[in-house]
Design a protein around this ligand. Structure first.
Ligand SMILES: CC(C)(COP(=O)(O)OP(=O)(O)OC[C@H]1O[C@@H](n2cnc3c(N)ncnc32)[C@H](O)[C@@H]1OP(=O)(O)O)[C@@H](O)C(=O)NCCC(=O)NCCS
Length: 157
């Protein structure tokens, strides 16, 4: 399956929300997305298939740190590499400003944890009862890219 990766803007929010609602029991509200797109420190990429948004990844960058604040792929398009391409794009494109990454993930979310581990994230802590619907602990995962050199033209990961 071929995906086109593009920077997202606030104009994409209605399409992001469609995917978000299919993916989370407590989806972000339109207001939360608008606030994030209004923030100069946030960055969003989308994966498109035949011109339709099928996944996205958002990050908050405060040099030298980056936080993955949201990532999701439409259930119909999963296990085709879109999540990995989105995350790689985010980490590579921000390497100049963010080398230390972290994120929170539900303890039961094995698929997402496997994706993060594949790209080098490791479990570094826990936030008790961090999530609701259902209530669950968060695993805090980290990634240190500070010693990485590009493995091809401009890819660090
Ligand atoms: C997590 C998510 C974004 C992965 O997207 P995806 O496009 O299906 O992932 P990819 O096809 O790129 O998979 C990349 C790697 O992730 C891991 N992975 C993805 N889905 C997996 C699953 N169901 N079980 C185990 N490993 C999985 C594998 O290591 C895979 O590499 P491989 O294909 O070489 O085995 C997707 O499952 C999703 O949207 N989940 C719901 C939203 C969510 O939980 N977001 C994360 C919040 S912290």
């Amino acid at each position: 399956m071929k995906f086109e990766i593009k920077r997202l803007t606030a104009e994409d929010i209605p399409f992001i929300i469609v995917v978000e609602k299919k993916c989370f029991s407590s989806p972000w509200s339109e207001r939360s997305f608008k606030a994030s797109f209004n923030s100069p420190s946030s960055l969003w990429f989308g994966a498109f298939c035949d011109g339709n948004l099928i996944g996205f990844c958002g990050a908050q960058i405060v040099a030298p740190e980056g936080e993955i604040i949201n990532i999701a792929v439409d259930p119909q398009f999963r296990r085709n590499g879109a999540g990995e391409i989105l995350l790689r794009e985010m980490l590579n494109s921000c390497h100049e400003v963010a080398q230390y990454w972290f994120l929170d993930v539900r303890e039961s979310n094995i698929a997402a944890q496997a994706l993060y581990k594949k790209l080098g994230f490791f479990a570094a802590g826990k936030r008790i009862d961090y999530y609701t619907k259902p209530r669950e602990d968060a695993v805090v995962m980290k990634l240190d890219l500070s010693n990485r050199r590009p493995c091809d033209a401009d890819s660090f990961i």
